[in-house]
Design a protein around this ligand. Structure first.
Ligand code: ADP
Ligand code: MG
Length: 456
């Protein structure tokens, strides 16, 4: 067995012992350069991979190599390109590219449509779902549900902020169930869509059909259940569906951007149902996990980014995995246009508008003062009971900014704004959040206030 064959076979064994995401991330573009005095010299594409392989996979690699070639006593890692090594392989051995080496492009992912029956999109799998301290509870609970749907955690309620992987996890769980439990009827639906279907059924006098359809499901996955807030009729119908399935031991999985307690205007009976099962949160990924996620996605996209660049991105984008992906997409676009990867200065420019300068610290007093000044009212107006329009809007903006800039809890914000109820705060944050998305004037308004906040 020559060194190329040896490495390929050893990787086959390594692959069995690590997740696919990790395998792609850390073992792509590696090869044995030579074996000298019992030491295998392994080429890795950059310092980052080298470090990871040394620290995390050294033992596994050595074990796999020794199983094949007992004279190997140690492994050393160096940085280098495997280009020339690969050519040797192609001409000398006529080896086909190993099947185990996944294509970096992952073509066609975007085109894959969701299945009409289940609403599941096969692009979401556990293979490329990176697990870290921030999501391991939710991931483990989902795995338990996959093994024993309807029997362990029912309902499973997963909550976490925007862009942190709720939909991915729910969809991957649905896909895993559909693959392992043939004939199992899985249905994924966002609570908005559920409401839409319900309203249609009501209008068309097809409620019986609607009910029947949902009663036949073996596993119901409802995404973003917070949107049921305030929709009484939908909640009533959902409660009915929920109970029917629950009593028949059918699995129910729910996601939300906040825990059941914090969903304003959720009927008490639904809340207590949600709280009756397993509640798992997804928090924010730490730096190491963010780097691992970036690395995994960069490799999938065929971008060989240096360690300092990955660290730069991961240090600046802290609260949203979707934004990490957005950053990579920009870099990819640059790469496709210019045919070279951007250097670190270019990266800063390309990502400037996503990242903007690292945030300075602020506090709620500065926010209240800045908002009041901006709208030319007194800071006391924000706190007092008055409901005049000129005061209500600034107050809502202040709540929104305390939430987005300080990540303050809703009750804390309510308290600082004159002892208002947390549901009032949630309402304000949602309302302004929705406006910001569609209204450029409001975006500008908020940016101007932020300038005051951070330059005061
Ligand atoms: P949410 O539903 O919580 O808003 P999504 O599930 O839509 O978030 O995730 C946002 C993006 O980040 C998706 O493209 C998803 O594939 C990706 N993503 C989320 N969590 C992970 C993870 N743990 N590993 C890899 N990619 C992730
Ligand atoms: Mg989602």
């Amino acid at each position: 067995m020559d060194k190329l064959e040896l490495w390929k076979t050893a990787l086959g064994e390594v692959e069995l012992n690590v997740s696919k995401a990790n395998f792609i991330t850390w073992f792509k573009n590696t090869a044995i350069q030579k074996i000298k005095d019992g030491v295998a010299i392994v080429v890795t594409p950059n310092g980052f991979s080298k470090e990871w392989l040394e620290n995390k996979y050294n033992k596994l690699i050595l074990k796999s190599l020794r199983n094949l070639s007992p004279e190997i006593k140690d492994v050393n890692f160096i940085i280098g390109s495997i280009g020339s090594l690969k050519e040797v392989s192609a001409s000398k051995e006529k080896t086909k590219p190993t099947k185990k080496e996944p294509s970096p492009q992952q073509p066609g992912f975007q085109e894959l449509e969701a299945n009409k029956e289940t609403n599941l999109n096969s692009k979401y799998t556990f293979d490329d779902f990176v697990v870290g301290p921030f999501n391991e509870l939710a991931q483990a609970a989902s795995q338990a549900v996959i093994k024993k749907p309807g029997q362990v955690y029912n309902p499973l309620f997963i909550y976490g902020g925007v862009g942190l992987g709720k939909t991915h996890l729910l969809q991957a769980t649905g896909n895993a169930i559909a693959n392992t439990h043939k004939g199992f009827k899985v249905k994924y639906i966002s609570s908005d869509k559920f409401t839409g279907e319900l309203v249609n059924a009501l209008h068309q006098g097809k409620m019986e059909e609607f009910k029947k359809k949902y009663q036949q499901i073996d596993m119901l996955i409802i995404d973003d259940v917070q949107f049921l807030a305030g929709k009484e009729k939908t909640q009533e119908e959902f409660f009915y569906t929920f109970n029917t399935l629950y009593q028949a031991n059918k699995q129910i999985i729910i996601s939300s951007d906040r825990p059941p307690k914090a969903i304003a205007t959720l009927e008490e009976r639904l809340r207590s149902r949600f709280e009756g099962g397993m509640i798992a949160d997804i928090s924010f990924p730490d730096l190491e996990t963010r780097i691992a996620i970036l690395k995994s996605k960069a490799v999938q996209q065929g971008l060989a980014l240096e360690e300092d660049i990955l660290t730069y991105i991961a240090s600046h984008i802290q609260t949203n995995i979707r934004e990490l992906e957005g950053a990579l997409n920009r870099i990819k676009a640059h790469y496709q246009i210019n045919n070279v990867l951007p250097d670190s200065n270019q990266i800063k420019r390309i990502l400037g508008t996503i990242i903007n300068a690292p945030k300075k610290l602020t506090n709620h007093k500065v926010i209240l003062k800045s908002v009041a000044e901006f709208y030319d009212i007194g800071a006391h107006n924000l706190i007092e009971k008055c409901r005049r329009k000129e005061v209500v809007w600034p107050r809502q903006i202040a709540m929104y900014l305390m939430r987005t800039e300080l990540r303050s809890s809703y009750p804390f914000i309510g308290e600082k704004l004159g002892g208002r109820d947390h549901t009032t705060v949630i309402y304000a944050c949602e309302k302004i959040g929705a406006e910001v998305k569609i209204n450029e004037n409001i975006q500008r308004e908020i940016n101007l206030i932020k300038e005051r906040i951070y330059n005061s």
